[in-house]
Design a protein around this ligand. Sequence first.
Ligand SMILES: *[C@@H]1O[C@H](CO)[C@@H](O)[C@H](O)[C@H]1NC(C)=O
Length: 213
Amino acid sequence: MCKLVIASINMSKAIAILTGFLFALISLDSCAGYSAHGRPPRPITDAVLARQLVHQSNWAAVGSISHNEKTTDYPMVNVIAVDDSALNGSSTGRVHFLLADFDFTGADALHNNKVTFFFSEEQTGSCNKRGVNPMEPACPRIMISGRVHKLDTKIPEYNDYMEAFNKRHKHSKIWVEAHNFYLSELEIDNIYIVAYQGGPRTINAEDYYNAHL
Ligand SMILES: *[C@@H]1O[C@H](CO)[C@@H](O)[C@H](O)[C@H]1NC(C)=O
């Protein structure tokens, strides 16, 4: 479990005379702290980490600008099933999802198609297993802002995307056939990442798509 190790170090004599200070060093190495101390298990670029978070997630929390009469102009959040797989299961980074016009996100996107998709490593439960709170940077998260782009069913890749999606989401065929859900892709405008040290950073879309898992 988490352990807080506190060590006191005597300053050199000269400084000690001037200041009389003891410096306390707080080592949080055994418990990733909120600000600076979490470390990735191995060196990894932000873009690769973002791609991993997207690929391993079956769903995202999605924020939209509400157009619903009770919550007009409030941010609205929803759970949306996602998949970024090619037909062979490999990661493409392209965030695909099904929307319906009657659901919160689909209805909002008809009026304002700007949305933000949120992914956290905690979606796999691994932060909790490490004793890390999902709010801490040691539990990496990304916020991908972009626009909802409804995919044309006639594009050559459409069937592959849909089939890949159906593989991951067993009932999604029924959503499309019986409830008029339509496949969409997120056109990425900005990615923020909060992971380990250094505060929030941006990843541009090109670096994200070019990253190799
Ligand atoms: C999987 O499919 C993608 C897209 O068609 C391709 O680029 C990639 O090389 C394939 N990977 C494997 C391991 O076959």
